[in-house]
Design a protein around this ligand. Structure first.
Ligand code: ZLS
Ligand code: CA
Ligand code: ZN
Length: 383
């Protein structure tokens, strides 16, 4: 396996923002992932000869209007917890419900998240990196003129728009437990971007992403959804992910790929309902890395913060191809070096996310006479 030049984008301020007490989205998990990455012997990860550690420039309001409306970006750049009430009329139009509070520093947080993904796209466009990482990105629900599902600015759409200036076709893959609706919608009518989301479907946010949603007009066949049920295991996931991606790569032949690594698909997530281990989740990174197509890795959801830190640290190692230095081949987990958040990783203090005993509902034997029960979702149609 040849070496990959990896850029790792991290802004040391990102962990200081909070959506508010009791809100499940915690930017602090990105700091935890960074601390964990930093705690390994430097030559293994952060100072690996193939890794460039960069602090991304903050995204400007103007860059954001490449996707979002001027009015929405202008509002977001000014809103504070105090002015939210005065702006209620406007505010409720842009920030709907309590999923998307006007928290202290929300604008700066958006400039950091989007800045990292835009900088990642730039490295890929220039050809100065083979893989670029921004764990502060991946906020896939944000819409053109509205925040949604903890996402205010769609850093993914902004990064894809940049990639399209250089590459003829871009593939977007989304393994967050939620449907990547904002990115799908943005590119629903184009054949230059293929979107592919794996997600829990059925009485679950945001409620979109059926197999029938496949793109429109020129984009018909270029959106692909894999709706899944509770308890998805590593084996079930791999059995769908590998053939779907093999086929997309062969038929669509993307020139660049973005993988949204939402970590709420891990076992034991507070909002997710899948049962993936750290390795089952990281398989997606290792699988796409093999193809030697420029790759961007982004964060996303993930609400059991210690597991998010574990997974994104391990996936940083996968980008470098050194994951076996962290978790010996054939073992479930690895020893964790002492770090700033060591006590959070008890009682085992290991680099591992293990599966639990929940039922994999995706595997329920189908009754051929009951179409409601057939596991259609395990054989998605690909153009
Ligand atoms: O993909 O399900 C919903 C919407 C509601 C139910 C929850 N209430 C608060 C608002 C209305 C229908 N929202 C989801 C959004 C999930 C976003 C996932 C993002 C991503 O992982 C990418 C980053 C949702 N699930 C759970 C909550 N919201 C939620 C739970 C607890 C709270 C506290 C803070 C806020 C209000 C009380 C909140 C939201
Ligand atoms: Ca998804
Ligand atoms: Zn999610």
């Amino acid at each position: 396996m040849s070496k990959r030049r990896v850029s790792y984008f991290y802004d040391p301020d990102v962990g200081s923002y909070t959506y508010g007490l009791g809100h499940p989205m915690k930017p602090h998990r990105i700091l935890m992932a960074h601390e964990l990455i930093s705690s390994y012997p430097p030559h293994l990860l952060l100072s690996h000869p193939s890794l460039t550690h960069l602090r991304p420039p903050r995204a400007s309001a103007q860059r954001m209007t490449a996707f979002h409306t001027d009015e929405y970006v202008h509002f977001l750049s000014r809103v504070t917890p105090e002015t939210m009430d005065e702006l209620t009329g406007r505010g409720t139009q842009f920030l709907v419900g309590d999923d998307n509070p006007a928290f202290e520093g929300v604008w700066e947080f958006c400039t950091i998240s989007a800045g990292g993904s835009i900088a990642a796209a730039k490295r890929i466009n220039e050809g100065s990196s083979d893989i670029a990482i921004n764990w502060a990105g991946g906020l896939h629900h944000a819409k053109k003129r509205e925040a949604s599902g903890f996402c205010y600015i769609n850093d993914i759409v902004l990064a894809i728009l940049d990639l399209l200036r250089v590459f003829p076709r871009v593939l977007y893959v989304d393994i967050d437990c939620h449907h990547g609706d904002g990115v799908e919608e943005a590119f629903y009518t184009t054949d230059r971007v293929m979107t592919c989301s794996f997600h829990k479907y059925g009485e679950y946010f945001p409620g979109t992403g059926t197999q029938e949603d496949r793109g429109r007009g020129k984009g018909r066949g270029y959106a692909l959804n894999v709706p899944l049920k509770d308890g998805m295991s590593d084996e079930t996931f791999k059995s769908v992910f590998d053939p779907v991606l093999e086929r997309i790569l062969a038929v669509f032949r993307p020139a660049a790929i973005i993988l949204q690594c939402g970590a709420d698909s891990l076992s034991g997530d507070k909002l997710g309902c899948f049962n993936l281990t750290m390795q089952g989740h990281a398989h997606c990174t290792s699988f796409l890395r093999k193809f030697d197509i420029p790759l961007i890795l982004l964060g996303g959801g993930g609400y059991t913060v210690k597991n998010v830190a574990r997974a994104w640290c391990y996936e940083t190692a996968c980008a470098l191809g050194v994951q076996h230095e962290l978790v010996p081949m054939g073992e479930e987990g690895g020893m964790m070096p002492w770090n700033e958040y060591f006590e959070w990783f008890g009682p085992r203090y290991r680099l591992e996310v293990v599966k639990n005993n929940m039922e994999d509902v995706n595997l329920r034997i189908a009754d051929p006479h009951d179409s409601e029960d057939t596991p259609d979702n395990l054989s998605p149609r690909i153009p």
